[in-house]
Write a protein that binds this ligand. Structure first.
Ligand code: NDP
Length: 314
């Protein structure tokens, strides 16, 4: 690779498709393997997954930094305000993962309501020989509350509509372009529904949005599904609610301190847990990689970035 290719640093695990694409056009360094101090002065871009943690002090290591390309739609780990102050552009990969995340949200709803993983274990263990599996909860026709009605929230609602679910939602601003009932208060939304799905961004503005009060409102017959970020749900309050059965169950793809999942949570049988895989299909990771690379290429060739984060839009 010629030294005239722009130099970049990969800051977290990225899909193999993106690694291959980057290696064709860039001199690629890995965050924890930069031995030559002079590299820091030459790096023009950082590339990482949605879980990348890039704060002002890390950016300060790179005096020539121009861009951060995130391979993911969530960018709560990036200090965008600090980037903007230095004129560093930040891009992400919206839209291309909507279907997968919505599919997994519906999968978790079905899995936790119909106890699919427990039924699988029951069948494998031949517990069936001792009697039938306990009855479960019907999803079709139930009341669904969606916290966050953006790109992915709408994709979830579209699928839930096919299950004849009665859909309402909470956001900070009511939308005029969706047919679902708006509930301005998240606790009131939780109180009104059977299933609550969380799909907001992470970060300080949504930290513990789903707190003990919201869980209490959801109630002993209510189920929670979180495909947003672990930080959006008060994990301690959630574990307590699940242990005391003050909510019926939860389907979780995201956690506060990934990849650490508290033992108390792993022990519970009223949860279905997945390891932050909502966008994790070959098709979607390829599409995300292509968009993350296209954003980087656009910037390096002097073109406008295709999908800058909202804060960096002109
Ligand atoms: P959008 O920006 O399109 O939508 C975000 C929605 O959240 C908006 O409707 C927004 O409405 C709402 N929202 C923001 N803050 C609040 C709040 N405090 N209370 C209630 N609603 C709020 O984002 P996407 O739909 O594309 O993605 C959403 C998030 O999903 C990502 O940021 C990411 O964290 C997560 N995600 C998780 C994945 C996984 O692997 N599990 C994969 C992909 C995404 P308003 O501004 O009016 O409040």
């Amino acid at each position: 690779m010629s030294i005239h290719h722009p130099e970049i640093v990969v800051t977290s695990r990225i899909p193999p498709f993106l690694t291959t694409g980057l290696q064709e056009k860039y001199v690629v360094h890995e965050r924890d393997h930069i031995r030559d101090r002079q590299v820091f002065g030459r790096v023009r871009a950082l590339v990482g997954g949605g879980e990348s943690k890039i704060d002002a002090s890390y950016m300060a290591l790179f005096p020539a930094l121009e861009m951060i390309s995130v391979c993911g739609v969530g960018y709560d780990g990036i200090d965008v305000a600090a980037a903007k102050k230095r004129g560093i552009m930040v891009s992400h990969t919206p839209e291309v993962l909507n279907d997968d995340v919505a599919d997994l949200a519906l999968g978790l709803l079905l899995a936790v309501a119909r106890k699919i993983p427990a039924a699988d274990r029951f069948t494998r263990n031949a517990d069936w020989l001792d009697g039938p599996f306990p009855l479960t909860r019907k999803l079709t026709g139930a009341k669904l509350g969606i916290v966050g009605m953006g790109r992915i929230g709408q994709a979830i609602a579209k699928r839930a509509a096919a299950f004849d679910m009665d859909i309402s939602y909470n956001t900070r601003h009511q939308r005029s372009d969706v047919p679902y009932k708006y509930v301005p208060n998240v606790t009131a939304l939780a109180a009104a529904v059977d299933f609550l799905v969380v799909i907001t961004p992470g970060g300080a503005a949504t930290r513990n949005l789903i707190n003990a009060e919201v869980l209490k409102a959801l109630g002993p017959q209510g189920f929670l599904v979180n495909v947003a970020r672990g930080s959006v749900v008060d994990q301690v309050a959630l574990i307590e609610a699940l242990q005391k059965k003050t909510i019926a169950g939860a389907g979780l793809d995201v956690y506060v301190d990934e990849p650490n999942v508290p033992a108390e949570l792993r022990k519970l049988d009223n949860v279905v847990l997945t390891p932050h895989v909502a966008s994790g299909t070959v098709e979607t990771r390829k599409a995300m990689s292509a968009l993350a690379l296209a954003n980087l290429d656009a910037h390096m060739s002097g073109q406008p970035i295709i999908t800058p984060v909202p804060e960096c839009r002109p």
